[in-house]
Design a protein around this ligand. Structure first.
Ligand code: ATP
Ligand code: MG
Length: 213
């Protein structure tokens, strides 16, 4: 039974690998659980009144390490009303879309996040990049769980890897809020714009919640 003594640097390096890989595994399992909840109709939203800019900032802060190579542009309509949503869940949606935008578009390009009022009682948010885009005939399928439009693991072409859960979870969260999510071409027909809507909510919903709890 031979033990190889590692020097200090190798130990640190190995610890870092273990740390990163357990994070990855953690996220993976977290995603599977989230999907299972959505499918079972067991996604419990904690709806509270929250500000869109705060929800967005939380997502962007979390995404900072992966967006460092991009220009992140945020444009939130002034006087946007507060919305009655599960802040953590909606922040997760924004994070997922920004993660994709950073992953599937070249460094040095822009990622634009917008939020505005939409037809009655709704707000509309979008995350847009200037990457390769998503073919029109795949724009619904990318929301299927485990579906990826990108070829995986091709080291030569340096394709980003993933599990195909991000958009499926995002869709589950948006629909649990009675919103919609879809894909458009980016402006100038280049890139991808993922758009989603959320109902603003009203005071009646608060009363509803009080009755239920
Ligand atoms: P992960 O579970 O790690 O998010 P993923 O990014 O592959 O993995 P999704 O986020 O669900 O999974 O995206 C599904 C597929 O849609 C991706 O594999 C990619 O092919 C395509 N896609 C998503 N966003 C973009 C984008 N902004 N530009 C180009 N392709 C995209
Ligand atoms: Mg993704």
């Amino acid at each position: 039974n031979q033990l190889v003594a590692l020097d200090y640097e190798s130990k640190i390096e190995m610890m870092e690998v273990i740390d990163e890989e357990s994070d990855r595994l953690n996220r993976f399992i977290g995603g599977l659980i989230e999907l299972a909840r959505i499918e079972a109709g067991e996604m419990h939203l904690r709806r509270r009144w929250g500000a869109v800019d705060e929800i967005t900032s939380a997502a962007l802060q979390r995404a900072e390490p992966i967006t460092r190579g991009h220009h992140v542009e945020l444009s939130i309509e002034t006087d946007l009303p507060v919305v009655r949503v599960d802040e953590r869940a909606v922040s997760e949606v924004v994070y997922t879309l920004v993660d994709n935008a950073a992953k599937y578009s070249p460094k040095g390009t822009s990622i634009r996040i917008t939020a505005q009022r939409y037809d009655d009682g709704m707000i509309k948010m979008a995350v847009e990049d200037s990457g390769e885009g998503i073919a029109v005939d795949l724009r619904e399928r990318v929301f299927d769980k485990f579906f990826r439009a990108t070829r995986d693991g091709d080291i030569k072409t340096n394709q980003p890897s993933g599990t195909g859960m991000g958009l499926a979870i995002a869709k589950g969260i948006v629909e649990a809020h009675q919103g919609k999510i879809w894909i458009e071409s980016g402006s100038g027909r280049k890139g991808t714009r993922v758009v989603f809507t959320l109902p603003i909510g009203d005071e009646d919903d608060d009363r509803q919640t009080e009755i239920l709890t």
